[in-house]
Design a protein around this ligand. Structure first.
Ligand SMILES: Nc1nc2c(ncn2[C@@H]2O[C@H](COP(=O)(O)OP(=O)(O)OP(=O)(O)O)[C@@H](O)[C@H]2O)c(=O)[nH]1
Ligand SMILES: [Mg+2]
Length: 262
């Protein structure tokens, strides 16, 4: 009798237990839904941040383009067309700047260094010319800025964030060496430690000044005691031939200097 009663009581408890289990499951389900929702919220937030970053970048690029358009208008009298928009000097990946008067041979030197073969430039650089050169254990980013007058105003702007300066002169253009010297000293005057590599180019020409004359003409002894300065005699002569050893040495040295400055 007692046992029968007991069984009945136990039976009565069953639905309650079921109810409890049901409630537990519901709670779990709710928790899962909440978890899902918060995950979605985080994702949404991330997407929003990405969108606003992209928007910012786009705006920056647009202002840059506008600035450049303004500059381009001013330069119309010189019939100058910019082949490429200016590259934003990158804070992380600093560039090696290649500057010098128009016709000095910057593009020819740069392309020869990049391809390890002599490459004559076919046209003046109207604006910017970015070249990436890979060495055994590093990658160097060079940025040439055109040497004709409309583009010289960019030199200083980019120099402030350059890794080092490669300055190219036409060793046979005696009349313009004082002008080249003036620009060089103006540039490096803004940064007393920026390493300087000078290419006394066009050494193949009979009229070319030799290294010591170029050193004097550019007053390289006055570029500051804290600065590393190097001077190479270079020539870009027969198209397609291997570059002279002086150019190879210069490239190795630049790679070293750039690595030191990073
Ligand atoms: N003979 C001789 N000619 C050279 C040498 N290097 C460059 N040239 C020639 O000089 C001219 C000008 O060369 P570029 O490399 O365009 O000069 P740049 O300094 O880049 O000039 P911009 O881009 O206008 O600032 C081209 O006709 C080249 O073929 C050289 O070592 N010897
Ligand atoms: Mg050029």
């Amino acid at each position: 009798m007692e046992r029968a009663k007991e069984k009945k009581r136990e039976k009565g408890k069953e639905p309650e237990k079921e109810k409890m289990r049901g409630k537990g499951k519901e709670k779990e389900k709710r928790k899962e839904v909440e978890k899902k929702k918060s995950k979605e919220k985080v994702k949404e937030k991330e997407k929003e941040e990405k969108r606003s970053k992209e928007e910012e970048k786009r705006k920056e690029q647009e202002t840059e383009k506008e600035q450049f358009k303004g500059k381009e208008k001013k330069e119309k009298d010189n019939n100058s067309i910019l082949t490429k928009p200016p590259l934003e000097p990158r804070e992380k990946n600093k560039q090696i700047l290649v500057l010098g008067l128009d016709g000095a041979g910057k593009t020819s030197v740069l392309h020869s260094l990049a391809f390890n073969r002599v490459q004559h430039s076919v046209a003046p650089t109207h604006g910017f010319n970015a070249v990436c050169i890979n060495t055994e254990d590093s990658q160097m980013e060079f940025l040439e800025i055109g040497g004709s007058e409309p583009f010289r105003s960019y030199w200083e702007m980019y120099l402030s964030r350059g890794l080092l300066l490669v300055f190219v002169v036409d060793s046979a253009d005696h009349n313009r060496l004082p002008e080249a010297k003036k620009h060089l000293h103006q540039l490096i005057g803004t940064n007393p430690i920026l390493p300087l590599v000078v290419f006394a180019n066009k050494q193949d020409l009979e009229a070319a000044y030799r290294i010591t004359d170029i050193h004097e003409a550019l007053a390289l002894s006055e570029v500051g005691n804290d600065r590393k300065v190097f001077l190479f005699g270079t020539q870009v002569t027969e198209n397609g031939s291997e570059i002279p050893s002086a150019m190879q040495d210069a490239r190795d040295l630049i790679a070293h200097l750039a690595a030191d400055m990073q």
